[in-house]
Write a protein that binds this ligand. Structure first.
Ligand SMILES: [Zn+2]
Length: 466
């Protein structure tokens, strides 16, 4: 195999995604450059506190971004600081959203110096090259040469899987597909991803390689039931969620519940039409606005709702909390009063962000409930709350112990990730089977289970777990 793969992150876990494809002459491209979260570390020793780029950049010709989640793009500022001078290819929607994400990441994790942030963003904007879906773009001309094409991945708005055509010699071509994070077929707002036609090698994510999700209708019913349970206790339902993708999906489903049950009780004395939904995150609010601006990328169902005069991401029961003082007032008011509400706040794994203040104030009170609807990586407070909360345990937040008396629930189907069946379909529906599938971005069990199933169904395909 004249091409070589280096997986700098998202090998033993699901964060810090950064893959490198190197051509025989040493030139290479990077796919994603993400931040590590929780206890996860990379094979080259970079960990949660290690932001440096631990590999040489002089031969790196391009960075290709699959989508703007922080575990796929968070180290881009460090890549620029390390001297990377090449283009950053991404989809048109990602090109709009990427500066928002990195601005927030820099504020939270790096500096409050606005001039410095603006300088980094200025460099970033110069390097971004938006690519329309389904269009080939030459990245490295000549032989060996390389072209890239992006296709919708259905994971979050702007997400793409990446096809790379490598020209190795006259008539000698290899196609490599990097899946990035793939979405489930019924992700609200987004059209379902379609499998690529053919590839020699597929680098496939495997986050949910060992699980299948609940059908969408069931999970909406469970979401409704959990809300009604929380309101019945006169408590708040706290939903830690990533600002990008999950928050908009949740809002979309909540709007549907409110729309259908407007006149019916959500709790004694409270109609669904009166339920308060609070998005407490400036980034989530910016993103929701970004999503609203990119309506042309929405799926048919969402556009039908718009045509019927509904506002799936901006309904009247929705409140957004902008500044920090208002946030602190909201935490205090909800913790003290018995005012039923749904609060959606980042971070999705409770490792920072405004959700932490809510958890500190409310975890000890049995009236409240916490609802996880996304993957919780090992070592994050989210995983600890999920594991120890139901047993009456505690969690450490900012070095302090908090006992958990609030209800703790998990709603599996809300993942914006493809499940086992969808991952198998991504390979199974290709017209020409790949020679090799490399599994990344998953826990050991997920990768092992998925590898076994792929080997069983496609005996001719070599399945590699790097
Ligand atoms: Zn993602």
């Amino acid at each position: 195999m004249p091409l070589s793969f280096t997986h700098h992150g998202a090998v033993d876990g699901v964060t810090g995604s950064c893959h490198q494809l190197t051509l025989p002459d040493g030139q290479s491209v990077l796919i994603d450059c993400g931040l590590f979260q929780g206890a996860e570390t990379s094979s080259d020793g970079a960990g949660v506190n290690q932001l440096e780029i631990g590999f040489a950049l002089d031969q790196v010709r391009a960075l290709i971004v699959t989508h703007v989640h922080i575990d796929h793009v968070g180290r881009i500022p460090y890549l620029l600081a390390a001297g990377y001078k090449g283009p950053i290819y991404c989809s048109e929607a990602s090109a709009l959203l990427l500066p928002l994400v990195l601005e927030d990441a820099l504020k939270v994790g790096f500096t409050r110096n606005q001039a410095l942030i603006q300088r980094v963003l200025g460099v970033l904007r110069q390097r971004i090259v938006p690519l329309p879906y389904k269009q080939w773009q030459t990245v490295i001309a000549g032989v060996p040469g390389l072209r890239v094409r992006l296709s919708p991945a259905g994971h979050i708005l702007g997400s793409a899987y990446v096809e790379l055509d490598v020209q190795l010699g006259p008539g000698q071509k290899q196609r490599v597909v990097f899946s990035g994070d793939l979405g489930a077929p019924y992700t609200p707002l987004l059209p379902a991803p379609r499998a690529p036609m053919a590839a020699d090698v597929v680098v496939l994510e495997s986050t949910y390689g060992d699980r299948n999700h609940e059908p969408r209708k069931l999970r909406r019913q469970r979401l409704q039931a959990l809300c009604e349970h929380a309101f019945g206790n006169r408590g708040t339902l706290l939903v830690p969620a990533f600002s990008i993708g999950r928050t908009q999906e949740l809002l979309y489903e909540l709007e549907e519940i409110i729309h259908r049950h407007r006149q019916r009780p959500a709790a004694p004395g409270l109609a669904w039409g009166e339920v308060e939904v609070i998005v407490d995150s400036p980034l989530a609010a910016d993103f929701t606005a970004g999503y609203a601006q990119l309506k042309s990328h929405w799926d048919k169902e969402a556009r039908r709702k718009l045509a019927a005069g509904r506002h799936p991401l901006a309904f009247e029961q929705l409140t957004t909390v902008a500044d920090h003082a208002a946030h602190l007032r909201m935490v205090d008011a909800l913790a003290r009063s018995a005012r039923p509400a749904i609060v959606i706040a980042a971070s999705g794994m409770c490792s920072g962000g405004r959700i932490v203040n809510y958890l500190k104030a409310m975890l000890g009170d049995a009236r409240h409930d916490v609802l996880f609807c996304g993957y919780q990586a090992a070592g994050t407070p989210g995983r600890d709350i999920q594991t120890y909360g139901p047993r009456g345990g505690y969690v450490e937040l900012d070095g302090q112990r908090f006992n958990i008396r609030a209800g703790v629930h998990t709603l599996g189907g809300f993942s914006a990730h493809a499940d086992q069946k969808d991952l198998l379909n991504f390979i199974g529906r290709m017209h020409t089977q790949p020679r090799q599938v490399r599994l990344v971005h998953g826990d050991d069990d997920a990768k092992r289970t998925l590898a076994a199933l792929l080997r069983q169904r496609h005996p001719g395909v070599e399945v590699v777990v790097p």
